[in-house]
Design a binder for this molecule. Sequence first.
Ligand code: 13P
Length: 249
Amino acid sequence: MRRKLAAGNWKMNGTGPALAQLEALAKAHPDPSVDILVCPPATLIDRAARILRDTPIAIGGQDCHAETTGAHTGDISAEMLRDAGATAVILGHSERRADHGETNETVRIKARAALQAGLVTIICVGESLSEREAANTLDIIAGQLSGSIPDLVTGEQLVIAYEPIWAIGTGKVPDTNEIGEVHGFIRTRLERRFGTGVGRSVRLLYGGSVKASNAAEIFAVPDVDGALVGGASLKADDFSPIVEALESA
Ligand code: 13P
């Protein structure tokens, strides 16, 4: 059985005062029946992890370097994330692919490092609007999956987030048939590559304009095991109802 996961990606948002949102979130969910993960900016990870130490809420990073240590100014390794208190990391987000030129190959070697460091590794895939309009969605997803996922994975540690680029921060969401088609496709590809045991235990998240108002409908789609939430994860009052929708899905 896959344990559902409500994950928040704060992106480049949040300074010290935002930590109060984590306290509020922890207070609202002392004993959740789903996993809850928040990925704040790297500068808040250590403080966030301390605040949440005795709670069920986990903290993650938004990126890591492929190497453990070395001359890589400004970068953070998977071990450093762990050391700061993170237990997960998001890799290959479309914003990193776009802003930092990350390729599937870049994402794969980062993912290898993250898995080796024992982090839950969330690999993001998703098509652009022009790719969807050209009916290339499944081909794009297939390429991202085969290129971005390392060969050695465990089903418990790997999470795939399907985030259509055109749905991120736009208020647009694919219809539930479209989400179901992609999630079913991802599941089949994982089973084919890694075997049914591993393939069936990888959690698949949907991301892109998830809100309290659309969460229940999205969580009812087969093979949607949770969400990767951007804007609506910044405030406990917005994220909490999404967690609750997942608990009752
Ligand atoms: P929004 O929920 O703000 O659309 O962002 C989704 C996302 O990119 C999460 O990683």
